[in-house]
Write a protein that binds this ligand. Structure first.
Ligand SMILES: [Zn+2]
Length: 348
């Protein structure tokens, strides 16, 4: 009897352990089945283009290939420019970047299967949420093509300074509409003439050490004329102070213009150019190659200026962007693939 009870107890214990093992095994399976899709859906939400503005990655359905759309700065302001790198793409030269805010687009530069591009955001852009999208089709309506990769971006609010001042009437003596139009056309052509790849490899530098006398984007009323936006950065210093090129490039214009006075425009490639106005003397000629920090001329007050200052302007195509941003060392990084291409092919 005692022996039978012992066997029964052992059987019950064995059955209990077997049952407990099954319960544990199935509960583990259950847990895995529940957790996996949860984790998956959480990831997909944060990575989808409809997610938060700072999301960087979009998963593609095909074989889990990950395309990235990296933007810098992450939350730009009106008047800023933004560096964009996207890919990898099967055929990057068949894609166009579309965006739904007023702005300018640099030339597109592809390195391997990546696209590198600069977008200028108009000073007049309302703050809010917008979208950048790489779409199929070149030279067509960029908004119409099929979206290959997209990212939402937030544009922060920005206050621009307002000022009112007067200029002596004799500063515009002898100006004619025809000559002003001729000057504008020369500037337009100079900014349009560009190399298809970045000419810089080092960080951009300030062309002049001095006092900021007028901010980029400031709205100014001069002599009760209609308000106009100041599209450059004014830096004041002593007359004759050397003015240097902000980076490597090719001089596209160096001549006297009515409003700009002695004006130099340097092409840095991809449609990005820098302009130096009101110079006293000019030290370069059109077509000349300049290195970063090379002498452009000396500080003056030629053209529409009442004191010695440099009007430093940075443009993407014909649109002005914030020059101070160029001095953020991380901003115009050169994609590593481009640097290795430059080294291997000795690209200038
Ligand atoms: Zn200015």
């Amino acid at each position: 009897m005692k022996f039978n009870r012992l066997i029964l107890s052992l059987l019950i214990a064995v059955a209990f352990f077997i049952l407990a093992g099954f319960v544990y095994y199935y509960s583990t399976l259950g847990a895995v089945e529940v957790i996996t899709p949860d984790e998956g859906s959480t990831k997909m939400e944060s990575l989808s283009p409809a997610g938060p503005a700072n999301c960087l990655i979009q998963m593609t359905a095909d074989f889990g290939l990950t395309k990235k759309l990296v933007t810098y700065p992450d939350i730009p302001s009106p008047g800023d420019f933004m560096i964009i790198e996207g890919g990898p793409f099967d055929n990057p030269d068949n894609l166009t970047l579309a965006f739904d805010f007023p702005g300018a687009l640099s030339q597109q530069y592809s390195v391997g299967n990546l696209i590198y591009i600069i977008v200028g955001i108009s000073c007049d852009t309302e703050p809010g949420l917008y979208q950048l999208a790489f779409k199929k089709g070149i030279g067509e309506d960029p908004a119409a093509g099929e979206t290959v990769l997209a990212k939402n971006i937030e544009i922060a609010p920005k206050e621009f300074a307002f000022s009112r001042f007067s200029m002596p009437a004799d500063r515009t003596a002898g100006w004619t509409t025809a000559r002003l139009e001729e000057d504008r056309e020369k500037v337009r052509q100079a900014r349009e003439t560009t190399e298809p790849h970045p000419l810089w490899t080092d960080p951009f530098i300030s062309p002049l050490e001095g006092r900021i006398s007028s901010q980029y984007g400031a709205v100014r009323v001069i002599n009760n004329n209609p308000p106009r936006r100041h599209v450059g950065l004014d830096i004041a210093a002593d007359e004759g102070t050397p003015v240097v090129s902000t980076n490597r490039g090719i001089v596209r214009l160096a001549e006297f213009l009515l409003s700009g006075g002695n004006t130099v425009i340097v092409d840095h490639g991809m449609g990005l150019s820098s302009s130096y106005l009101h110079l006293d003397e000019m030290a370069v000629e059109p077509g000349q190659w300049v290195e970063c920090g090379a002498l452009i001329g000396t500080l003056g007050m030629t053209g529409y200026a009442t004191g010695p200052h440099l009007h430093w302007e940075v443009n993407i195509g014909q649109d002005a962007v914030n020059p101070e941003q160029l001095l953020d060392g991380d901003l115009l990084w050169v994609p590593p693939a481009y640097v290795s291409k430059m080294v291997s092919e000795k690209v200038n």
